[in-house]
Design a protein around this ligand. Structure first.
Ligand code: ACO
Length: 324
């Protein structure tokens, strides 16, 4: 029997021009390169400058993904942008990117699940493609967290960076159980943890953008358990073991969370794609950024089994397994 799958045709990413090192941050807040590296694994991050926004970075990533896929903008009939830092409250960043790409058909919208945004967006795109409501989707994670950071708060400002990544997905017919494409997705949310990681403003509450607030230790405490639980659920539903995973591409929040999750799942560190050291935590952009780097340097290849997972504000979390 045949079924429809969402197959990855191309990837792309974009980073701002400006690199900010831990040493640079030492001049801004009471911190040290040693503390940041030891607690997070981060050595530098990219910070958006003048003219660089979520939409401009997302557009650049999308163009590279389209080029890699060998497609024209006209081939796309669905644009989903995962972001918690849109250029405007509305219209959606997805429609702004659609406009820059010159796409006037199909449909486009944003998804807001903070750091889990890309996993939520992939899952959503997969459902639309499988249902036949769209043929080819651009799934973009794009963020400029530097614009909602409290730059006087050393407990958060050292953690985040800006960037964007994009995947092109195509609806393809496949023999059930065989071939490439998204194999499974599992999403979770538990709003009772909302006060552990939030932005203290918004259009309807304060009329301001607000600044990011986080109880880092509390987030850390829940992260590994939530991540491994949803991953084990996904692998169990596919009847595959962690050993069969070729590449694990986790959300890049903190090297300690990534390593602890991989260890608990039984995935060797040699199969884990890590970019948090160079990019910091780019929220919804971190997974597609890491994927694009691993595809372009030849690690992720056609036929590989790739596991994605993320956990973030809300709390929200989830996992996606893709055959490349
Ligand atoms: N530089 C130097 N010292 C610092 C800094 C800093 N930048 N930040 C905090 N400290 C100090 C604290 O004040 C504290 O000092 P004290 O002991 O005198 O009170 C000490 O370092 C230890 O602080 P902790 O918060 O206990 O440090 P911890 O080991 O938990 O590391 C961290 C903090 C890195 C934030 C960690 O808790 C973490 O990674 N949490 C998860 C965060 C995360 O992943 N967030 C993203 C989720 S995704 C999303 O949706 C955005």
């Amino acid at each position: 029997m045949n079924e429809f799958r969402s197959v990855v045709l191309g990837t792309g990413s974009a980073l701002p021009r400006q690199v900010v090192t831990n040493k640079d941050l030492e001049a801004r807040v009471d911190t040290s390169d040693e503390w940041i590296q030891q607690r997070t694994g981060i050595t530098q991050r990219y910070i958006a400058g003048e003219g660089e926004t979520t939409v401009s970075l997302g557009e650049a990533a999308a163009r590279r993904a389209l080029e890699a896929a060998g497609l024209e903008t006209a081939d796309i009939d669905l644009v989903i942008v995962a972001t918690a830092t849109p250029d405007n409250t509305f219209p959606a960043s997805a429609t702004q990117i659609q406009r820059r790409l010159g796409i006037t058909h199909g449909f486009a919208f944003d998804i807001q699940a903070v750091c889990s945004g890309f996993v939520y967006a992939m899952t959503t795109a997969d459902l639309y493609l499988k249902a036949g409501m769209a043929r080819r989707a651009l799934v973009i994670g794009a963020e400029t967290f530097s614009r909602i950071i409290d730059w006087s708060d050393r407990t958060t400002c050292v953690l985040f960076g800006d960037g964007a990544g994009a995947l092109v997905l195509e609806r393809q017919e496949a023999i059930a159980g065989e071939g490439a494409g998204v194999l499974i997705a599992r999403l979770r949310a538990d709003g009772s943890h909302g006060d552990k990681l939030f932005v203290d403003g918004g259009p309807s509450s304060t009329g301001t953008v607000g600044r990011l607030r986080m109880e880092g230790r509390e987030v850390f405490k829940h992260a590994v358990g939530m991540i491994t639980d949803v991953v084990e659920d996904s692998l169990g539903a596919l009847s595959i073991s962690a050993e069969e995973i070729d590449w694990f591409v986790p959300h890049q929040a903190n090297r300690r969370i990534i390593e602890a999750s991989a260890k608990k799942l039984g995935i060797p560190l040699g199969k884990v794609v890590v970019t948090v050291d160079r990019h910091g935590n780019t929220s919804a952009a971190s997974i597609p950024l890491a994927i694009d780097h691993a595809v372009r340097d030849g690690r992720i290849k056609p036929g590989d089994l790739v596991l994605l997972e993320a956990m973030g504000g809300g709390f929200t979390w989830g996992a996606v397994v893709v055959r490349w």
